[in-house]
Ligand binder design. Sequence first.
Ligand code: ATP
Length: 238
Amino acid sequence: EGGTPLLELRDLHVYYGAIEALKGVSLTVGEGEVVALLGANGAGKSTTLKTASGMIQPRQGQVLLRGERVDGIKSHELVQFGIGHVPEGRRVFARMTVLENLRMGAYRLKRPDPADLDRVFTLFPRLADRRKQVSGTLSGGEQQMLAIGRALMGKPELLLLDEPSMGLAPLIVQQIFDILREINAQGTTLLLVEQNASQALQLADRGYVLETGAVVMSDEAGALLSDARVRAAYLGEA
Ligand code: ATP
């Protein structure tokens, strides 16, 4: 590696009222990397992504993009800085068509590029087939594909993904992870929150483990996959 990371979170402290959800989280994501964020329910994974994408402001700490502070910038403006966020639960616009949802993903860009739509339809041929379908009637897997496609329409350098496999059948999960690998191979950096630690670590270069709002481990993905504590806590092994 070396050089300035694409994303750096520095000593983030985030509160919901009196609850301190992040207690000094620091991490880096290098350009071109896939980084996985693991941890139990409530560990602070979603809060970390929301802080990186400007949806939540830290009380203390910094968010740096290529070394420049971006904390304090609102999430819709951060799209122009190259950060895309695929939130937990997908949140597609249910009454809009697939195509309308995808266009929404590009509306903040100064110069929308027609090639972006082709790219999304090549990655997700099912979305091309269903472009005129109302999104609320898509399957869960298709809605997840649409949420990812919509974020790609904003031309992110860094894509933040919150539980992309949640609630999906194993075959669909595999498809989604294959496509994430392809998206990364095309040059997009990924920071991924996953309950599915095994899949996430197979895709990732590195990973961080969060517990009650703090990073307790960080290592190469392969090292985490073979770590006894990680296996016991997150890979369902005794
Ligand atoms: P999950 O997988 O359940 O989403 P997580 O690791 O993503 O877990 P967060 O959602 O970031 O965890 O939550 C971190 C902590 O902050 C938890 O204690 C949670 O209860 C609390 N929290 C999250 N959102 C809110 C909120 N809107 N109001 C109050 N507390 C919140």
